[in-house]
Design a protein around this ligand. Structure first.
Ligand code: HEM
Length: 150
């Protein structure tokens, strides 16, 4: 047991929380309850648990590896798009379909980062994986909507 393995544990707890946050959001969108108050508490806890150990592990072992750069960029985008969507849902300024599309794309982005963090490919493959999985996840919403409509 060393500081690095404790940091990795905390980081993975933060990553699990990202998927908990997305699950709560999905349930909120499906059943129409206000998920933002819970996510305003869990979101910052997840961010601290991901970023502090993540930056530490990066500093002591990995540096600016391609998959780390893509991980940081994608994580910032997930947080920013999530906050933007959540605020607009609360204010009634976004329709349910757009909110679901945003949710699906962020699930794809988070899955892409999960792949990059475990497989650790180079910058281009890391970015490509996030892009492809986000497009597939977002596109699955359109396919499902057509199937439900027909
Ligand atoms: C959605 C966001 C993220 C998720 C889901 C995630 C998930 C993970 C997971 C599951 C691992 C363990 C991989 C393994 O042990 O094989 C890991 C490792 C790592 N993550 Fe992240 N991560 C995210 C964001 C970040 C960010 C923003 C940073 C940098 C600040 C970062 C830096 C690292 C580093 C350096 C490791 C390497 C640990 C190792 O393999 O020894 N991660 N991440």
């Amino acid at each position: 047991m060393d500081l690095y393995s404790i940091a990795l544990f905390a980081h993975i707890v933060g990553a699990v929380l990202v998927f908990v946050l997305l699950t709560v959001e999905g349930l909120g969108l499906r059943f129409g309850f206000a998920y933002a108050p819970l996510n305003r508490i869990l979101g910052p806890i997840s961010a601290v648990a991901i970023l502090i150990p993540g930056i530490y592990m990066m500093a002591v072992q990995w540096g600016w590896a391609g998959w780390v750069v893509v991980g940081i960029t994608t994580y910032v985008l997930i947080a920013a798009i999530g906050a933007y969507t959540g605020i607009n849902v609360m204010r009634g300024r976004i329709n349910r379909q757009a909110a679901i599309a945003s949710w699906l794309v962020r699930i794809g982005m988070a899955l892409g980062v999960l792949f990059d963090m475990t497989v650790k490919p180079n910058l281009f493959i890391s970015a490509g994986v996030v892009l492809v999985v986000a497009v597939i996840a977002g596109g699955s919403g359109l396919v499902l909507r057509r199937q439900v409509a027909s």
